[in-house]
Design a protein around this ligand. Sequence first.
Ligand SMILES: CC(C)(COP(=O)(O)OP(=O)(O)OC[C@H]1O[C@@H](n2cnc3c(N)ncnc32)[C@H](O)[C@@H]1OP(=O)(O)O)[C@@H](O)C(=O)NCCC(=O)NCCS
Length: 166
Amino acid sequence: MMVMETNRLALRLLNMGDIDDMMQVWGDNDVMEFCGGAGTVDQELRSLRFYIDMYESSGISPFAVVQKDSGELIGVCGFNPPNNGCDAELMYHLKKAHWGKGYATEAASACVAYALKHPKIRILGASVDPRNAASMRVLEKLGFDYVGLQFFAPTGQDEPYYMMHC
Ligand SMILES: CC(C)(COP(=O)(O)OP(=O)(O)OC[C@H]1O[C@@H](n2cnc3c(N)ncnc32)[C@H](O)[C@@H]1OP(=O)(O)O)[C@@H](O)C(=O)NCCC(=O)NCCS
Protein backbone atom coordinates (compact mmCIF):
# COMPACT_ATOMS: atom_id res chain seq x y z
CA MET A 1 0.00 0.00 0.00
CA MET A 2 1.39 3.42 -0.99
CA VAL A 3 1.52 5.90 1.88
CA MET A 4 3.25 8.94 0.34
CA GLU A 5 4.60 10.20 -2.95
CA THR A 6 7.27 12.73 -3.92
CA ASN A 7 8.52 13.83 -7.35
CA ARG A 8 10.76 10.81 -7.82
CA LEU A 9 9.76 8.43 -5.04
CA ALA A 10 6.84 6.40 -3.71
CA LEU A 11 6.87 5.42 -0.03
CA ARG A 12 4.86 2.29 0.68
CA LEU A 13 4.40 -0.19 3.55
CA LEU A 14 7.10 -2.83 3.93
CA ASN A 15 6.20 -6.49 3.42
CA MET A 16 8.05 -9.79 4.02
CA GLY A 17 8.69 -10.11 0.26
CA ASP A 18 11.05 -7.12 0.48
CA ILE A 19 13.77 -9.22 2.11
CA ASP A 20 16.01 -9.56 -1.00
CA ASP A 21 16.11 -5.81 -1.59
CA MET A 22 16.48 -5.11 2.11
CA MET A 23 19.51 -7.40 2.31
CA GLN A 24 21.17 -4.93 -0.11
CA VAL A 25 20.51 -2.32 2.58
CA TRP A 26 20.53 -3.92 6.06
CA GLY A 27 22.82 -6.75 4.88
CA ASP A 28 25.45 -4.37 3.45
CA ASN A 29 28.40 -3.49 5.71
CA ASP A 30 29.00 -0.14 4.01
CA VAL A 31 25.37 0.97 4.37
CA MET A 32 25.18 -0.15 7.99
CA GLU A 33 28.67 1.05 9.01
CA PHE A 34 27.24 3.74 11.34
CA CYS A 35 23.98 1.91 12.12
CA GLY A 36 24.99 -1.17 14.08
CA GLY A 37 26.54 -3.22 11.25
CA ALA A 38 25.10 -5.58 8.64
CA GLY A 39 22.59 -8.25 9.63
CA THR A 40 21.90 -11.80 8.45
CA VAL A 41 18.81 -12.84 6.48
CA ASP A 42 17.25 -14.30 9.65
CA GLN A 43 17.88 -11.09 11.61
CA GLU A 44 16.45 -8.91 8.86
CA LEU A 45 13.37 -11.10 8.40
CA ARG A 46 12.77 -10.43 12.12
CA SER A 47 13.32 -6.69 11.52
CA LEU A 48 10.73 -6.71 8.71
CA ARG A 49 8.23 -8.56 10.95
CA PHE A 50 8.90 -6.09 13.79
CA TYR A 51 8.31 -3.06 11.55
CA ILE A 52 5.18 -4.53 9.89
CA ASP A 53 3.71 -5.18 13.37
CA MET A 54 4.83 -1.73 14.55
CA TYR A 55 2.91 -0.05 11.72
CA GLU A 56 -0.21 -2.10 12.49
CA SER A 57 -0.15 -1.10 16.15
CA SER A 58 0.98 2.55 15.91
CA GLY A 59 0.72 3.81 12.32
CA ILE A 60 4.44 4.58 12.27
CA SER A 61 7.35 2.53 10.95
CA PRO A 62 10.03 2.77 8.29
CA PHE A 63 8.49 2.77 4.79
CA ALA A 64 9.88 1.15 1.64
CA VAL A 65 11.31 3.86 -0.64
CA VAL A 66 10.63 3.02 -4.29
CA GLN A 67 12.06 4.85 -7.31
CA LYS A 68 8.97 5.67 -9.39
CA ASP A 69 10.77 5.49 -12.77
CA SER A 70 12.23 2.02 -12.29
CA GLY A 71 9.99 0.51 -9.60
CA GLU A 72 13.15 -0.43 -7.67
CA LEU A 73 13.05 -0.49 -3.86
CA ILE A 74 16.09 1.68 -3.10
CA GLY A 75 15.89 1.74 0.70
CA VAL A 76 13.79 2.65 3.70
CA CYS A 77 12.86 5.91 5.37
CA GLY A 78 10.51 6.58 8.22
CA PHE A 79 10.34 6.07 11.95
CA ASN A 80 11.97 3.97 14.64
CA PRO A 81 10.48 3.66 18.14
CA PRO A 82 11.08 6.61 20.50
CA ASN A 83 14.45 7.26 22.14
CA ASN A 84 15.81 10.05 24.36
CA GLY A 85 12.48 11.78 24.98
CA CYS A 86 11.10 11.96 21.44
CA ASP A 87 7.87 10.35 20.17
CA ALA A 88 9.53 8.73 17.12
CA GLU A 89 13.00 8.67 15.66
CA LEU A 90 13.56 9.57 12.00
CA MET A 91 15.66 7.05 10.06
CA TYR A 92 16.83 6.51 6.47
CA HIS A 93 18.91 3.72 4.95
CA LEU A 94 19.52 3.61 1.18
CA LYS A 95 21.28 1.13 -1.11
CA LYS A 96 24.77 2.46 -1.74
CA ALA A 97 24.19 2.81 -5.51
CA HIS A 98 21.59 5.48 -4.74
CA TRP A 99 23.57 7.73 -2.39
CA GLY A 100 24.36 11.30 -3.39
CA LYS A 101 21.24 11.97 -5.48
CA GLY A 102 19.13 13.79 -2.89
CA TYR A 103 16.87 10.77 -2.29
CA ALA A 104 17.29 10.71 1.52
CA THR A 105 16.29 14.37 1.84
CA GLU A 106 13.37 13.88 -0.57
CA ALA A 107 12.03 10.79 1.23
CA ALA A 108 12.64 12.22 4.71
CA SER A 109 10.86 15.50 3.83
CA ALA A 110 7.75 13.45 3.06
CA CYS A 111 8.18 11.61 6.39
CA VAL A 112 8.46 14.90 8.28
CA ALA A 113 5.17 16.00 6.66
CA TYR A 114 3.69 12.64 7.75
CA ALA A 115 4.91 13.24 11.33
CA LEU A 116 3.38 16.72 11.38
CA LYS A 117 -0.04 15.15 10.72
CA HIS A 118 0.37 12.17 13.08
CA PRO A 119 -1.50 12.81 16.36
CA LYS A 120 1.02 10.94 18.52
CA ILE A 121 4.19 12.62 17.18
CA ARG A 122 4.92 15.92 18.92
CA ILE A 123 8.71 15.60 18.98
CA LEU A 124 10.66 13.89 16.21
CA GLY A 125 14.22 12.95 17.18
CA ALA A 126 17.32 11.64 15.43
CA SER A 127 20.57 10.24 16.85
CA VAL A 128 23.55 10.17 14.50
CA ASP A 129 26.90 8.44 14.74
CA PRO A 130 29.43 11.29 15.11
CA ARG A 131 31.27 10.09 11.97
CA ASN A 132 28.13 10.16 9.81
CA ALA A 133 28.48 13.60 8.20
CA ALA A 134 26.02 12.85 5.36
CA SER A 135 23.26 11.98 7.81
CA MET A 136 23.84 15.12 9.88
CA ARG A 137 23.67 17.18 6.68
CA VAL A 138 20.32 15.59 5.77
CA LEU A 139 18.92 16.55 9.20
CA GLU A 140 20.19 20.13 8.80
CA LYS A 141 18.59 20.38 5.35
CA LEU A 142 15.29 19.15 6.82
CA GLY A 143 15.38 21.89 9.47
CA PHE A 144 16.11 19.77 12.56
CA ASP A 145 17.61 21.55 15.59
CA TYR A 146 20.89 20.27 17.01
CA VAL A 147 20.36 19.50 20.71
CA GLY A 148 23.84 18.27 21.73
CA LEU A 149 25.55 15.00 22.54
CA GLN A 150 23.31 12.41 24.22
CA PHE A 151 23.94 8.84 25.31
CA PHE A 152 22.38 6.42 22.81
CA ALA A 153 21.76 3.01 24.43
CA PRO A 154 21.68 0.86 21.23
CA THR A 155 25.25 1.92 20.32
CA GLY A 156 26.52 2.56 23.85
CA GLN A 157 28.04 5.93 22.92
CA ASP A 158 27.38 9.66 23.08
CA GLU A 159 25.92 10.78 19.76
CA PRO A 160 24.87 14.09 18.21
CA TYR A 161 21.13 14.38 18.86
CA TYR A 162 18.67 16.37 16.74
CA MET A 163 15.02 17.26 17.31
CA MET A 164 12.08 18.77 15.50
CA HIS A 165 8.86 19.92 17.20
CA CYS A 166 5.84 18.85 15.15
C1 LIG B 1 22.90 9.01 4.98
C2 LIG B 1 22.23 8.68 3.64
C3 LIG B 1 20.81 8.23 3.92
C4 LIG B 1 22.23 9.95 2.78
O1 LIG B 1 21.50 9.67 1.59
P1 LIG B 1 21.61 10.60 0.31
O2 LIG B 1 20.44 10.31 -0.55
O3 LIG B 1 22.96 10.48 -0.27
O4 LIG B 1 21.42 12.04 0.99
P2 LIG B 1 21.11 13.41 0.23
O5 LIG B 1 21.68 13.33 -1.15
O6 LIG B 1 19.67 13.73 0.37
O7 LIG B 1 21.93 14.47 1.11
C5 LIG B 1 23.23 14.17 1.56
C6 LIG B 1 23.94 15.46 1.95
O8 LIG B 1 25.12 15.12 2.68
C7 LIG B 1 26.25 15.65 2.02
N1 LIG B 1 27.35 14.71 2.24
C8 LIG B 1 27.50 13.48 1.75
N2 LIG B 1 28.64 12.93 2.21
C9 LIG B 1 29.18 13.86 3.04
C10 LIG B 1 30.37 13.89 3.82
N3 LIG B 1 31.20 12.84 3.87
N4 LIG B 1 30.63 15.01 4.55
C11 LIG B 1 29.79 16.08 4.53
N5 LIG B 1 28.63 16.09 3.80
C12 LIG B 1 28.36 15.00 3.07
C13 LIG B 1 25.84 15.74 0.56
O9 LIG B 1 26.67 16.65 -0.15
C14 LIG B 1 24.40 16.25 0.73
O10 LIG B 1 24.37 17.61 1.11
P3 LIG B 1 24.11 18.80 0.03
O11 LIG B 1 22.75 18.52 -0.58
O12 LIG B 1 24.15 20.04 0.83
O13 LIG B 1 25.20 18.69 -1.01
C15 LIG B 1 22.95 7.56 2.86
O14 LIG B 1 24.29 7.89 2.72
C16 LIG B 1 22.84 6.21 3.56
O15 LIG B 1 21.90 5.44 3.33
N6 LIG B 1 23.82 5.92 4.43
C17 LIG B 1 23.82 4.67 5.18
C18 LIG B 1 22.73 4.61 6.22
C19 LIG B 1 22.83 5.73 7.23
O16 LIG B 1 23.92 6.11 7.67
N7 LIG B 1 21.67 6.28 7.63
C20 LIG B 1 21.61 7.37 8.59
C21 LIG B 1 21.44 6.91 9.97
S1 LIG B 1 19.75 6.46 10.34
